[in-house]
Write a protein that binds this ligand. Structure first.
Ligand code: 0X9
Ligand code: ZN
Length: 309
């Protein structure tokens, strides 16, 4: 586990140094990759964990929203478990799938949330027509962009969709990277907080559902049930984004479904239900991670049973 104990939140430089340490410690099963550059010129990094070629791939995008620090804390913990755990369940996860994990996707916003404003959400690119800064990365993907009031055209809004789809270098780079590996992954997960939800597509409409929606709900039930069974007794609610939460148009998960033709993808909204919200106390990092692993084992197991991977 290197220098991390998951007892506090780490900033970007620490996470990158930790990633390098992990890559150096497990060179035969890990590979570094880059999604591309952020607006401020930072590298958006990822790690691939693979025990052989051409296993079904699982892609994890984390911290697209800057203030959701529990997401990168949990993603780094999950990487560490895949590489070090000796339990059969986790070994099977590690050995039977190829993992592509991006622990901090919105690197500029994440850095800003550590330096200037703990509650920053968006990217950091300025606009020609406003002094407000940034776009909601999860409204900037070119799938049903701006439809059904699922995003805002106001540059000062927290859900500003951008001047156009792909206005942000980060979302554009991710779409190009995902397209380049589209035959290598079957499951797409987007880590968020907070609310304790497992959200399936679609976000863009309350009346449209993927053709395999029943299967996605079955996977959701397995995920929520496994978490509920842990000592914490935490409740997760599952359902489509638009039906459970609100209409969200131009999200990454919807784009992956509609444009890359993927059949299994979820947004996971971690702890809590609003008591601490985005500023989840560090003492809850490890309990959240336990829940993530239990949920993930069940999710992958059910996805496998249903024949998707
Ligand atoms: O609004 C969002 O982008 C996400 N919620 S958050 O509070 N973390 O901002 C939910 C997005 C879910 N969207 C899709 N699955 N389409
Ligand atoms: Zn979010």
């Amino acid at each position: 586990s290197g220098t991390f104990g998951w007892k506090r939140y780490h900033e970007l430089a620490e996470i990158e140094a930790w990633l390098d340490e992990i890559l150096a410690t497990f060179p035969s099963v890990t590979e570094s990759f880059s999604i591309g550059q952020s607006y401020e010129g930072r590298n958006i990094r990822g790690i691939k964990i693979s025990h052989g070629s051409n296993k079904p791939g699982i892609f994890i995008e984390s911290n697209i929203h800057a203030r959701e620090w529990i997401t990168s804390a949990s993603a780094t913990w999950f990487i560490n478990e895949l590489l070090t755990s000796q339990t059969t369940e986790v070994r099977n996860l590690a050995e039977n799938y190829d993992w592509y994990i991006v622990p901090v996707f919105n690197v500029d916003g994440f850095e800003y949330s550590h330096r200037q404003n703990r509650l920053w959400r968006k990217t950091r690119q300025p606009h020609a027509t406003s002094s407000c800064i940034g776009v909601d990365g999860n409204r900037n993907f070119n799938s049903h962009w701006m439809e059904n009031n699922g995003a805002s055209s106001d540059p000062c809004s927290e859900t500003f969709a951008g001047e156009s789809p792909w206005s942000e270098p980060e979302s554009k780079a991710l779409s190009e990277y995902l397209t380049s590996i589209k035959d290598k992954f079957s499951v797409y997960l987007s880590f968020h907080s907070y609310g304790q939800w497992l959200l399936s597509p679609y976000g863009h409409s309350e009346v449209e559902y993927p053709e395999n929606y029943d299967d996605l709900q079955e996977i959701g039930a397995a995920f929520a049930g496994a978490i509920k069974n842990l000592v914490y007794g935490t409740d997760y609610v599952y359902g489509s984004t638009a039906s459970v939460l609100y209409v969200a148009s131009g999200s990454s998960v919807d784009w992956v479904f509609n444009e890359l033709d993927k059949k299994v993808g979820f947004t996971i909204e971690f702890r809590d239900k609003g008591n601490f919200g985005f500023v989840l106390p560090p003492a809850q990092i490890l309990p959240n991670c336990d829940e993530l692993m239990a949920g993930m084992v069940a999710l992958i197991d059910k996805t496998n049973q249903l024949g998707y991977i």
